[in-house]
Design a protein around this ligand. Structure first.
Ligand code: ADP
Length: 393
């Protein structure tokens, strides 16, 4: 019989929901997802599947009625609706206010700056494309070219992030954004030395567990590999962890909070927050004593968190992407699993070129060695190799 009392309700049914369900299932917790369609990654594993829009009040209430705690696979949600659920006594974790930091980049920048956290210089632009263009050009005159235009809402994997080098490019982008009804902000183009991420698990009652900082590598905005520790030395790692915990407390996180940062010279800037499990933490499934997904489940139920120490000095996690031939990584599993020490996680998604279909993690003692093996496995599963990232597949 299903354990009704401990059901977890998840808004969204992508791979993050799927891996949350794997962790919940190991704890004997039932799950229900609100999926956009019947074929999403988590629908194959969920105890119950509701199909509908997360912006639909009826669907959200149906999810809440079937779960003890409501949490999230993504943040494409109606924050007012979530706030009304909270007011009615539903345990929504994280709550609407915390979630809004991952929904609206301009609000997140403002909130963090007010809390004394360093963020890239930025300005919100007018809806009118002519005045937005003029504002962005004035900003670039102050901070220098190029600048980065960003959609304040709805961006992911580099969609909605547009580096622009001159006023003509600014004008084109602002016009397109206005036509699409997208609000845009401008920020200075940071000369990044290292992109890093820190994951914090936080219970509503306050307990925190913070994994070591990792180095992430993005190609055209999409995360391709995560290295623990990568080029993050002990001093930088400690600064990053302390900053991440400051942010988690400042925005009252519950569950996992992922904090993406830029190390630039002696500065450490917060670029992005995700108030849910995150790609930069997939390594924890095989490389740390407790995975981000298990600690997310523990945290949203306000249960004691598991220890987060790494199990090895070096960990590498590489995303499995669909190759140009559209072949399934499942068909190539024996070749991938032949790579020594490779842990493979596939999300049950249909293959398409460039689509995130899974990830691979290798743990060991030498960073270059685990990285090479993780890539070898990902390539054996059909992942295209980004130019310039790798020595030899
Ligand atoms: P999203 O995660 O929504 O795709 P991000 O803000 O994380 O958007 O941007 C994606 C990537 O673009 C970052 O990981 C970074 O490589 C690059 N980027 C974003 N903002 C800046 C900036 N201000 N300066 C330089 N590079 C940036």
């Amino acid at each position: 019989m299903r354990n009704e009392a401990h059901g977890i309700g998840i808004v969204g049914a992508g791979q993050l929901a799927r891996m949350m369900i794997e962790a919940a299932s190991a704890l004997g917790i039932d799950s229900v997802v609100l999926a956009a369609g019947p074929d999403e990654a988590a629908t194959q594993l969920a105890g119950r599947v509701l199909v509908g829009s997360p912006r639909d009040s009826g669907q959200l209430w149906a999810l809440a009625a079937r779960s003890e705690v409501v949490t999230f696979d993504h943040e494409h949600v109606d924050l007012d609706l979530l706030a009304s659920l909270e007011r009615a006594g539903v345990a929504v974790r994280p709550g609407a206010r915390t979630l809004s930091m991952g929904v609206d980049k301009a609000l997140m920048r403002r909130t963090l700056a007010a809390a004394g956290v360093a963020v890239p210089a930025h300005a919100l632009l007018d809806p009118d494309p002519e005045s937005a263009g003029a504002q962005a050009v004035a900003f670039a005159d102050t901070y220098g070219w190029p600048v980065v235009l960003k959609a304040t809402r709805g961006g992911y994997d580099g969609h909605g992030v547009w580096p622009v080098a001159n006023p003509a490019q600014v004008a084109v982008r602002c016009r397109r954004a206005a036509d699409a009804g997208v609000t845009v902000m401008v920020e200075n183009h940071v000369d990044i030395d290292i992109e890093l991420a820190v994951l914090v698990a936080r219970r509503p009652s306050g307990e925190l567990a913070t994994w070591p900082a990792v180095e992430t590598t993005q190609v055209t905005g999409m995360c391709r590999e995560v290295l623990m520790p990568g080029r993050v030395d002990a001093a930088l790692g400690e600064r990053a962890r302390a900053l991440a915990e400051q942010v988690a407390v400042a925005i009252d996180a519950s569950g996992i909070l992922a904090i993406e940062m830029f190390a630039a010279g002696d500065k450490l800037l917060v670029n992005e927050l995700a108030a849910r499990p995150h790609n930069s933490g997939h390594w924890t499934m095989d490389g740390s004593l407790t995975s981000q997904f298990e600690n997310h489940v523990r945290a949203v139920f306000d249960w004691p968190l598991g220890p987060v120490a790494p199990i090895a000095p070096a960990v590498a996690s590489v995303n499995v992407l669909g190759g140009p031939d559209g072949g399934s990584p499942v068909a190539r599993l024996p070749a991938g699993l032949a790579v020594p020490g490779a842990h493979v996680h596939l999300y049950g998604k249909s293959s398409a070129p460039g689509r995130k279909l899974g990830h691979v993690t290798v743990c060991g003692t030498d960073q270059a060695d685990v990285r090479e093996r993780a890539w070898r496995c990902a390539v054996a599963l059909g992942t295209p190799v980004p130019a310039g990232l790798l020595v030899a597949p």
